[in-house]
Design a protein around this ligand. Structure first.
Ligand code: HAM
Length: 420
């Protein structure tokens, strides 16, 4: 241990568990890559105003959770708490929406930062894989994204997740609902902070986890009763497309999400094995965000899936991922000359695309064989002076325990053959 530790609310990914994170990123992005989504990468920090305007001044993310800093040049920056605002900013800046090919479909993977109270599944540094489809209003696009996330989770072997679905209405019907909700909420017995929230973001009050608040909300006006005909029809179409695709979902009227940019479709993927931080992913439509950050009208939809929580969900379900073996061949040289020769064989194997490793540091046979075992290699190559004198290496099958002498010049080819 050094004098230092990972900062509070963060953790390091170390082998072997880190391999699961790579596998999860790969599994989530694979269906996107196969569906016309191009990879985008944006900086880890942005102008703080982008998130204030994009995510929303009244959200917890902006008011309490952003890591902000002022540069020596006086710029106000924030470590990105989420990806959507950055991706849209970058797409606008690169004029991707003007290339005449809407929607602009993008996927991303990276680190995000929120100054939250750390607990199991909630960290100050976490990672997401996300997807955004920019510039098109089409219920099939909302459905596509939900179906692709479902496909990603299923390909990982995850089963105990549920999809919660809601519609938050649009700029026509939501303000009417908002006012109705506000007048209902103002008559309740609530604390000062919640009363303030009624005025800034009343829908968030519906999301309050406290039992005494929830009890008072039973008769709250329902957004469903206020949706305009266009929003209703849009939502029904999303539901029908999901049903036709065999993707099960639950209608959840209380699903409001913690970011202000959502309109119409919102959804969350929740896992029942995770305790209070049960959302493994979430997203929705954000038809007004582009204009909020100074762009043209670009109705869009997207999601982000949390990599950390997906790994926790896999572990909670006891899913063993089919991880590729990291090492197929492990070489154990006995003596200086063997070292040089086997190092050459290892290099040759690697160039031929075979994962190979080597007992570095001139250890004895026993220690080196222990490392070979630990590496999970299917084969070991052992050579000492006598072997070299005879022009052979000992090839051991670690599964069967069988060992045979193979001509040195043929070792690489023989291994390639055996490993297919
Ligand atoms: P979000 O719901 O804030 O949405 O985050 C998405 C996922 O990131 C969560 O479901 C969770 O798995 C993970 N996550 C969030 N905060 C933490 C944390 N503190 N620790 C661990 N994991 C966390 C968004 O970020 C939106 N940008 C999604 C989106 C994309 N909407 C439209 N497009």
């Amino acid at each position: 241990m050094s004098t230092f530790q990972a900062p509070k609310g963060t953790y390091d990914l170390t082998p072997p568990r880190s391999a699961k994170f790579l596998a999860v990123r790969e599994a989530i992005s694979a269906p996107l890559r196969d569906s016309g989504y191009g990879y985008i990468e944006t900086p880890g920090f942005e102008n703080v105003e982008l998130f204030a305007r994009g995510v929303g001044e009244s959200t917890d993310i902006v008011t309490k959770e952003m890591y902000t800093l002022t540069t020596k040049g006086g710029d106000q920056l924030a470590l990105r708490p989420e990806g959507t605002a950055s991706v849209l900013r970058a797409a606008l800046e690169a004029n991707l929406h003007k290339a005449g090919n809407l929607p602009v479909k993008l996927w991303y993977s990276g680190s995000y930062y929120r100054y939250e109270r750390p607990q199991a599944g909630r960290y100050r540094h976490f990672s997401q894989v996300g997807a955004e489809a920019i510039g098109t209003e089409d219920p099939a696009l909302d459905a596509e994204l939900i179906i692709l996330a479902d496909q990603a989770y299923r390909s990982l072997g995850l089963r105990q997740f549920r999809i919660l679905l809601n519609s938050l209405g649009d700029k026509e019907c939501r303000p009417v609902y908002r006012e109705a909700l506000q007048s209902f909420l103002r008559d309740l017995d609530l604390d000062e902070e919640t009363r303030r929230r009624i005025e800034i973001n009343p829908l968030r009050v519906l999301d309050d986890k406290r039992a005494d608040v929830q009890k008072q909300l039973t008769d709250a006006p329902k957004l469903r009763d206020y949706l305009c005909d266009a929003c209703k029809a849009y939502h029904e179409e999303v539901r029908a497309l999901l049903t036709a695709a065999g993707v099960a979902f639950e209608d959840d009227e209380k699903l409001v999400r913690g970011l202000d940019y959502y309109t119409r479709t919102t959804f969350e993927f929740v896992h029942d094995g995770l305790g209070s931080q049960s959302a493994v992913g979430g997203g929705g439509r954000y038809d007004g965000l582009s204009e909020m950050i100074g762009g043209p009208e670009l109705p869009s939809v997207g999601w982000a899936l949390g990599v950390d929580r997906t790994v926790l969900a896999l572990e909670a379900e006891g899913v063993e991922l089919d991880l590729p073996a990291t090492t197929s061949v492990y070489a154990v040289p006995l003596g200086e000359e063997a070292r040089r020769v086997l190092f050459g064989v290892v290099t040759e194997l690697r160039r031929a695309g075979i994962a190979a490793d080597f007992a570095f540091g001139g250890r004895g046979l026993k220690g080196a064989m222990k490392s070979a075992n630990r590496s999970g290699a299917r084969y070991t190559l052992v050579a000492g002076e006598r072997d070299l004198a005879e022009g052979v290496v000992q090839l051991k099958d670690m599964e069967s325990g069988e060992q045979s002498a193979v001509p040195l010049a043929e070792a690489a080819a023989e291994l390639a053959k055996r490993l297919g």
